[in-house]
Design a protein around this ligand. Structure first.
Ligand code: HAM
Length: 430
């Protein structure tokens, strides 16, 4: 029989790696709480229209990477519904914002999420078909201050703090403004004009994009097209005064907080909802990501709520590729050493098994991490298992059971001591 494997592009996360995943998520929760964020959990699948309208029909994500299926109608004869595994979480959060009338509170909403996303991309290191994002969105009616440049800078400063607290080395923040819905059309016009005479020299995908969505040509990685792309008009020259002023305020606030950045005029990002500020954090080569060096990305989306039929609700957010963050931390830390348990109890003979389990119960209740061997193990096997798993080993034989004095071996110190049961917890903590 053929052996079953995880589907291409998906993977199992196993101990001890999951300890690092939990540490990253706990750090995110702790940092985000200090900035007033609360957690939101949206469904893993949504109506396909949400992503078509929110992310954009012409984006790579919607046009070729979604897992979409026709769900059966509820009753015979009733029509089915097109559903899609979420390829990202911003559209779902804004849908929930509209559905639960969060605008009615008049307050700024600060929401974060941690969860799997799905894109049918070509799998490689740092790129999976099921991957995890840690993201956050700040949105609300304009009178809640949601369109203020202060929010952009606050989110970026929070990300810098988060990456520093995790110990990520050498991260770089790249930043751009893609303008508002009023100045964008002028830029698109200029792009179309500049592309017209050279379009035939571009790859097939970019020829199509030049027609349908010229902004998407800018973030194309097609090597043969780079020279033409580099010479296209820059969006900075087409921003209106309000967008220019907004961007200047973001930069001034980052300067005030001491967050370093570099402006990248080509950073337009692969989703259609962005307006004004867009950004990415990257890590240097050799950080374990290969060519997938974007650790996280995000930006402002002042028109998304209206695109989804909701009230005007300017917003800004980001999503961190958690898989990539973990790969980076592992590569930068070298070989991770798994944290060892406090103690391993080795019962000498199966007659001691019940007592060993009761001792483990007592120690675990006292907050120690403990593994129990088995009385059928030879002493050598117990030693080897204990040495692998724990800092200390407790030998529980007939004598120890009778006297209440246990033998404790400390592997780090290489010494063996006798400890009375009443003092055991303290001794093991040491
Ligand atoms: P995105 O740039 O499509 O933005 O994804 C954000 C991050 O998710 C990327 O920088 C990358 O680290 C990670 N990522 C994306 N695709 C994959 C993949 N196939 N495998 C592993 N990691 C991946 C968004 O998703 C927006 N919703 C971000 C946002 C939030 N903008 C505003 N608010």
């Amino acid at each position: 029989m053929a052996t079953l494997k995880a589907v291409r592009g998906t993977r199992d996360l196993l101990p001890p790696d999951t300890a690092l995943w939990n540490h990253v998520e706990a750090t995110a929760r702790a940092v985000f709480a200090r900035y007033g964020f609360g957690e939101i959990r949206t469904p893993i699948f949504e109506e396909t229209t949400l992503f078509a309208r929110g992310v954009g029909e012409e984006t790579d994500i919607v046009s070729k990477e979604m897992y979409t299926w026709e769900d059966r109608g509820r009753a015979e004869g009733s029509s089915g519904q097109s559903l899609t595994l979420r390829p990202e979480n911003t559209a779902g959060v804004v849908r929930a914002y509209i559905e639960h009338k969060m605008a009615d509170t008049g307050m700024l909403q600060k929401l974060f999420y941690i969860g799997p996303q799905f894109r049918r991309e070509r799998p490689q290191r740092g790129r999976y078909r099921q991957f995890w994002q840690i993201g956050a969105e700040v949105l609300g009616p304009a009178w809640s201050g949601s369109d203020s440049a202060l929010r952009d800078a606050e989110v970026l400063e929070m990300l810098a703090t988060f990456l520093n607290e995790l110990g990520v080395k050498g991260w770089k923040l790249e930043l751009n403004s893609v303008g508002s819905s009023t100045d964008r059309p002028r830029y698109l016009e200029a792009l179309r004009e500049a592309l017209a005479p050279v379009k035939h020299l571009l790859c097939e995908d970019n020829q199509r994009r030049a027609e349908t969505n010229p902004l998407r040509v800018l973030d194309s990685k097609e090597p043969g097209d780079q020279e033409i792309i580099n010479n296209l008009p820059k969006i900075a020259d087409y921003l209106d005064d309000a967008s220019k002023e907004h961007f200047a305020q973001v930069l001034a606030a980052l300067d005030a907080c001491g967050v370093p950045y570099a402006i990248n005029p080509r950073l337009v990002r692969g989703l259609d909802y962005y307006t004004r500020t867009t950004f990415e954090f990257t890590v240097p080569d050799g950080s374990g990501l290969g060519t997938q060096n974007a650790l996280l990305g995000g930006g402002r989306y002042d028109g998304l709520s209206e695109m989804l039929g909701g009230p005007k609700a300017p917003g800004i957010g980001f999503a961190i590729g958690e898989d990539r963050l973990i790969l980076t931390l592992q590569a930068q830390a070298g070989e991770a050493t798994a944290k060892k348990l406090d103690a391993f109890i080795a019962p000498m003979g199966v007659a001691q098994n019940a007592l060993a389990l009761a001792l483990a119960q007592e120690l675990r209740r006292a907050g120690l991490s403990v593994e129990v061997g088995d009385g059928s193990f030879r002493l050598k096997k117990s030693f080897d298992a204990a040495d692998k798993l724990a800092r200390q080993m407790i030998i529980l034989g007939e004598d120890e059971a009778a006297s209440g004095v246990l033998t404790v071996k400390n592997f780090n110190k290489g010494e063996q001591t006798k400890v009375a049961r009443a003092e055991l917890v303290e001794a093991l903590r040491g």
